[in-house]
Design a protein around this ligand. Sequence first.
Ligand code: MTE
Length: 323
Amino acid sequence: MLIKRPDPILSSEITPRGVFEGRRGFLQKAAAGSIAAAALELALPGRLLAQNSAAPKLAAKPNSSYTVTDRTTPYKDVTTYNNYYEFGTDKSDPAETAHTLKTRPWTIQVDGLVKSPMTFGIDDLLKLAPLEERVYRHRCVEGWSMVIPWIGFPLSALLARVAPTGDAKYVEFVTLADKSQMPGLNAGVLDWPYREGLRLDEANHPLTLLTFGLYGEVLPNQNGAPVRLVVPWKYGFKSAKSIVRISLTNRLPLTSWNRAAPSEYGFYSNVNPNVDHPRWSQATERRIGAGGVFTPKQKTLMFNGYESEVGQLYAGMDLRKFF
Ligand code: MTE
């Protein structure tokens, strides 16, 4: 998403490390004569390739109503190909440097236009509602996508607890900005802290997930520990990582990417194959971990495939204007 790069689409064309490694493994096995084993490995669902980490487990009940059937992206790719600019702008930076993030103690302040402002300790917040596992499509504005089994509960459960007043129209998310923990803050790529926002009805939509884990484990730091947002019908940058404050407002929040490049990143940022980014097409996407160079790009779906669930939220709106 680096706005100063002349042609960011190039970065999404580079074979990601996980894909490259998978292909190298395939070629090694093929050379050793076990093509069948190599082919089987490529065909395995990502979920089966996932469980090789020592991260603490996080129990959650699978919610089949919110589980897409696409092949899940291997754990390795989900956790080593990241955008988290507070830890560097290369895709591999967050996995290498985010170990400095301290996720305990951690509090989330929920305030603004609410009847009951509250500050939650992260471990109390975790118990606010039953944790669910949901498998969502995850589409980055840069043109790549993944399919990830997240763990969390609807943000609406938290909002109900603080009771927004009748004046509340938007929800603003503010994330941690601590130079002692986050080396990327010195680079000045964005105006820190990272801020995002949703309209209140978007925030209350059942798909909008307050997220604490992935692949049956607590969130790795590079994926936004200890708590992040996941809004699957919007480009990935709406999904703020490592949230410390949630404020209800009556004014459109000024989000970090909108502030950095207003003509490129709008407030809504709904996945929309018909509205291109000013510098590249949004019509197709590359699934990370899906066989790399052997796999053609696939068509991007309206609202990332969630049109039947969320289309009504935008009825009558000109989505070219409100991009
Ligand atoms: N949140 C913070 N605080 N800082 C960031 O740089 N990057 C965003 C979003 N949330 C970002 C962030 C972008 S551009 C994307 S695509 C997703 O996080 C990436 O999430 P992932 O690394 O878990 O795939």
